[in-house]
Design a protein around this ligand. Structure first.
Ligand code: SR1
Ligand code: MG
Length: 391
């Protein structure tokens, strides 16, 4: 390996990933290690490094300078790896139980070495296989309220917060969301992907000016609102879980954005899984939506009452207003996410994996219908209403 001074960015291989963790003294020189590239996401290399003898293992994640899912024609800043590592450390200070430990970060190599969570399952995979993860909503509600409150102007003095806003400026990754979530699915753009059988439904959406206006407003808020440090891509593929544990990974899209953004994405992905299930297997997902919001509001309210640095916080109507706006935005963001995961560039296996073509088409139509409804009824929908929406 080159010395620190000579380091230049090069994509790692299984061999150089092992050399790196040894050089960092995370494993000793003499240990027999194996490495496997397991990255199945859209953007990064992920190496699973193991010592079979001691069973010790860790993850080496490296950002690529382009979007892997598209190719080198979509360049991406490597700075996202540092943003991700900083966000993991920041979240880890507030809610360590929900975050993997970070062992090392190298800005030049865009590499983060972190705790191996492979004893858990990616929540999307588990949910597709019928798991229900009884604690996931309790955990994600707690996680979201803590990170949203503690990185906001309600917990940090404005000058300090502005420093964080600057630190987390993440234009390339925000651009992905601005295009793939908020823009492209609402127009006849080449990035969209859907089956021919869905063409008429998609054209209906493209012609629906009321829905497009709501998407435009939510995009505007995403572009301009710096309320809190958001994870930025909190779908169920960014969560490891089992019956007892929940761990949030992959905050490379982190930036200062709207309070309701992560909440909306999490809810949307629960909803997409519910849509993919037979009706009698859906209740646990609806219960998770209700519980996430309940835990979020309870946790947020306690933090507000006990730790708020904003003098106006003593006005309880202000607390109610913030929570109400958060929820309304979350419903809208959920609508955009459900739509883009159905007809945009990046789909979800919950729906795409339905083998029967008729059932898949029905699920896609339901997702489009529900996504549109969420966008045009943001002010009316309560957490308990999601069950009704799928009927
Ligand atoms: C080009 S990246 C496509 C999607 O993958 C990521 O996980 C984000 O969800 C992004 O929108
Ligand atoms: Mg990701």
């Amino acid at each position: 390996m080159p010395t620190t001074k000579e380091i230049v960015y090069t994509p790692l291989t299984e061999i150089t990933a092992i050399k790196l963790v040894k050089k960092l003294n995370l494993f000793s020189e003499t240990e027999a290690l194996t490495a496997r590239e397991i990255g199945d996401g859209n953007l990064n290399l992920v190496f699973h490094i193991t010592n079979a003898k001691t069973n010790e293992s860790m993850i080496v994640k490296q950002a690529l300078p382009y979007a892997k899912v598209v190719g080198e024609s979509w360049p991406l800043s490597l700075k996202r790896a540092t943003i991700e590592s900083n966000a993991l450390k920041q979240f880890g200070e507030f809610v360590p139980e929900f975050i993997p430990d970070v062992y090392h970060h190298d800005e030049t190599l865009a590499v983060t070495v972190m705790e191996d969570l492979s004893h858990l399952t990616i929540a999307r995979t588990g949910l597709i296989n019928g798991e229900t993860y009884p604690l996931i909503s309790e955990h994600i509600g707690t996680f979201l309220a803590n990170i949203a409150f503690k990185t906001s102007d309600f917990a940090i003095k404005p000058q300090e917060k502005k420093g964080l806003v600057a630190q987390y400026i993440n234009p390339d990754l925000c651009n992905i969301t601005e295009e793939l979530v908020f823009t492209d699915p609402f127009f006849n753009y080449d990035t969209n992907e859907f089956e021919e059988t869905l063409q008429r439904d998609v054209e209906d959406l493209w012609a629906d000016e009321a829905v497009k206006l709501e998407a435009a407003k939510l995009k505007q808020k995403f572009l301009t609102s710096s309320q809190t440090l958001v994870h930025g891509d909190l779908h169920t593929g960014s969560i490891f879980a089992n019956e007892q544990w929940t761990k949030v990974i992959d905050p490379e899209f982190a930036f200062y954005g709207p309070f309701g953004f992560d909440l909306g994405h999490f809810i949307a992905n629960l909803l997409l899984n519910a849509i993919s299930r037979e009706e009698n297997n859906r209740p646990p997902l609806f219960e998770h939506i209700v519980r996430t919001w309940k835990v979020y509001t309870n946790t947020w309210t306690a933090l507000w009452n006990e730790t708020n640095v904003e003098p106006f916080a003593e006005n309880t109507n202000y607390l109610e207003y913030i929570l109400e706006q958060t929820w309304i935005d979350a419903v809208g963001y959920a609508g955009c996410e459900v739509i883009r995961r159905t007809i945009g560039l990046a789909h979800v296996a919950d729906i795409d994996g339905i083998e029967d073509g008729e059932k898949r088409l029905h699920a896609q139509r339901t997702a489009l219908r529900v996504g549109r409804y969420l966008l045009t009824h943001q002010n009316e929908i309560k957490a308990v209403d999601f069950q009704e929406l799928l009927k």
